[in-house]
Design a protein around this ligand. Structure first.
Ligand code: NAP
Ligand code: ZN
Ligand code: ZN
Length: 348
């Protein structure tokens, strides 16, 4: 076991504090990663504040992890020391069920092992990326192309794949009208990726405050959802709506923006239920769906897609001591567009 520096939440109501956590000794198929950058996902905040249920405190969160391989176990054959690698929201799964066999480990029928707050195969509680090192089975480690800017790439490991996966599944592309609801961490990646896939992208944000950015990221249209005229103007318009909002939204109002056979996919995960009025589904034979991150192979495909297209997240780099303040800014939708912790600030 090795003891490494980290930041942890002591409880649902206290600020995160500096601490140390233990990482297991390397098993034969494990990779030790020296973490360089860790993104702050809104899921980290939902989790540490206990909004999604019971949490094993103290807990270190963080599932947008990028760094370099520092050591490898005896049987590791996919990575060499020095390789630039990433870890997203999962660190293991059963590998035997139908979904795992189909490369959809995120939907493991026995429950995937999350990067934090999950019980690992050895019975310990997993601890996330706001720390200097992590030990992960090589099958859940991603290769991060060197052409992607090191300090910006971490958010692809959650925000990138969580939006890429439904955009690919519901075939965003030329001739498709795609709306993105909420332009925060996930939302701004959805805009960039959907535009790169060739779709006609519309942003539905609370206000027009980030319009210039949205158009720069590749959107063609940008509307304020605080203005009721938006919902009148866009009735029956979209083939696909990706909802990234971290709070409940008025489902009927958004569903009515779908055209015939359109689908609204929620990736936003508010603690409260999202009531769906069936009559809003009947019109235009609409569908309401959810989507959770993406499989390991698909995550690699997304990283390679972003590298080829020169797509990277917009980030604000912070030190470990600024994490609590960053959380408050995320909660007030004041994020441009992902906070990334410079993990070097945790080393001393
Ligand atoms: P974020 O950066 O805080 O972005 C959320 C955006 O939603 C905000 O920037 C804001 O956009 C909008 N918003 C926030 N509160 C709102 C409200 N009360 N009414 C209307 N709009 C509001 O969060 P994130 O990291 O992108 O995560 C978004 C959600 O996705 C979270 O619930 C997170 O847990 C979830 N998530 C799910 C998965 C998955 O696998 N399904 C993976 C990662 C994250 P505007 O300012 O543009 O209005
Ligand atoms: Zn996340
Ligand atoms: Zn499985």
């Amino acid at each position: 076991m090795r003891t490494v520096n980290a930041i942890a939440a002591p409880s649902a109501t206290e600020p995160l504090v500096r601490t140390t956590i233990d990482r297991r000794d390397l098993g034969p198929r494990d990779v030790l990663i020296e973490i360089r950058y860790a993104g702050i996902c809104h899921s980290d905040i939902h989790t540490v504040r206990g909004e999604w249920g019971q949490v094993p405190y103290p807990l270190t969160v963080g599932h947008e992890i990028v760094g370099r391989v520092a050591e490898v176990g005896a049987e590791v054959d996919r990575f060499e020391v020095g390789a630039r690698v990433g870890v997203g929201c999962m660190v293991n799964s059963c590998r035997k069920c139908g979904n795992c066999q189909a490369g959809q480990e995120q939907y493991c029928e026995n429950g995937n092992i999350g990067t934090y707050a999950s019980t690992d195969l050895d019975g310990t509680v997993t601890q996330g990326g706001y720390s200097t090192h992590i030990v992960v089975d090589q099958d859940f480690v991603l290769r991060v192309p060197e052409s992607l800017p090191y300090e910006k790439v971490a958010p692809l490991l959650c925000a990138g794949i969580t939006t890429y996966s439904p955009l690919a599944h519901w075939k965003a592309g030329p001739g498709k009208k795609v709306a993105v609801v909420g332009m925060g961490g996930l939302g701004h990646m959805a805009v960039k990726i959907a535009a790169a896939m060739g779709a006609e992208v519309t942003v539905l944000s609370q206000t027009l405050g980030k319009k210039d950015d949205g158009l720069r990221f590749g959107a063609e249209h940008y509307y304020a959802t605080k203005d009721p005229a938006t919902f009148e103007a866009l009735k029956n318009t979209f083939d696909l709506i990706i909802n990234t909002v971290s709070a409940p939204i008025d489902m009927a109002a958004y569903l009515r923006l779908l055209r015939l056979d359109g689908t609204l996919v929620s990736v936003g995960a508010p603690p409260e239920p999202l009531p769906v009025p069936v009559f809003a589904l009947f019109g235009n034979r609409r569908s309401f769906a959810g989507s959770s991150i993406g499989g390991i192979a698909e995550t690699q495909e997304m990283l390679d897609f972003c590298a080829e297209r020169g797509i990277s997240p917009e980030v604000e780099l912070i030190t470990a001591d600024a994490v609590n303040e960053a959380y408050e800014r995320v909660l007030s939708s004041d994020v441009r567009y992902r906070f990334v912790i410079d993990i070097d600030s945790l080393r001393s």
